[in-house]
Design a protein around this ligand. Sequence first.
Ligand SMILES: Nc1ncnc2c1ncn2[C@@H]1O[C@H](COP(=O)(O)OP(=O)(O)O)[C@@H](O)[C@H]1O
Ligand SMILES: [Mg+2]
Length: 274
Amino acid sequence: MSASVHALADRHPGIAGVEVANITKSFGPDDARVTVLNGVSLTIRKGEFVSLIGPSGCGKSTLLKVVAGLSSADGGTVTINGKSVKEAARRKAIGLVPQSPALLPWRTILDNVSLPIRINPEANAGRTLRDPREILTSFGLGKAMDRYPAQLSGGMQQRAAIARAFVFDPDILLMDEPFSALDEMNRDQQRMGLLDFWQSNQKSVLFVTHSVPEAIMLSDRIVLMAAHPGRVAEIIDVDLPRPRNEAMYASDAFRDLEGYVRSALRKVMEVAHV
Ligand SMILES: Nc1ncnc2c1ncn2[C@@H]1O[C@H](COP(=O)(O)OP(=O)(O)O)[C@@H](O)[C@H]1O
Ligand SMILES: [Mg+2]
């Protein structure tokens, strides 16, 4: 994104939530350029949970990196509460949870979660920081704070990584398949834990997943992407009541929606393989 695009975004502070508008991104040398994102637009309103689902290679991680400010787009704009990504990243308004927990093995869980605060003192000026002990407790890790990552299960490590993303009290949380390495039972437990935490914190979330039931259980809306080039194929409203619970997997409304999303996903994959 150009400097003028950032400046424009910074002049519109009134917009709450995340606005992704017409993002284009390609990789490769000029004579073999591959368009990975082609005019991707989506909105995540304040406090809204939006999932990204789509075939492997359709650009989900690339889009997340653009929204996180880790990668720049060739065209289009991203604004976070009316600010450019650059400005939002500077203020630590963006929390990123990677696919693997990436905790430092030689530090305790509490140290791992406190570290971003200590290494970013300039970002702390004038903002409310969350108490790492309090966050860990609300993630059910109160008794595990003084343990080392290797002493925790995979699910607990992933929860610590999510807790770490919360210390700066970000406006938006970006999560790239955070539960994909967990077994199904553990996964479901983490899912419901995240849902509880989100319901009491009301952050905007952009959540990448491969799992249709996971996308439905968590989201307000599901953005279905198609590949080659990566683009938004359909945006599906999840009009299930909240708070949600595991019993809802078996409800007719859930199953209807699951059937719908699966067939939409199938259509996108068929087109990709012609
Ligand atoms: N840094 C990069 N350099 C070149 N190609 C890349 C790079 N990052 C991603 N790609 C390509 O972009 C496409 C989308 O990748 P990615 O965003 O990881 O997809 P997804 O997360 O949906 O599986 C893939 O074809 C991938 O090979
Ligand atoms: Mg990916």
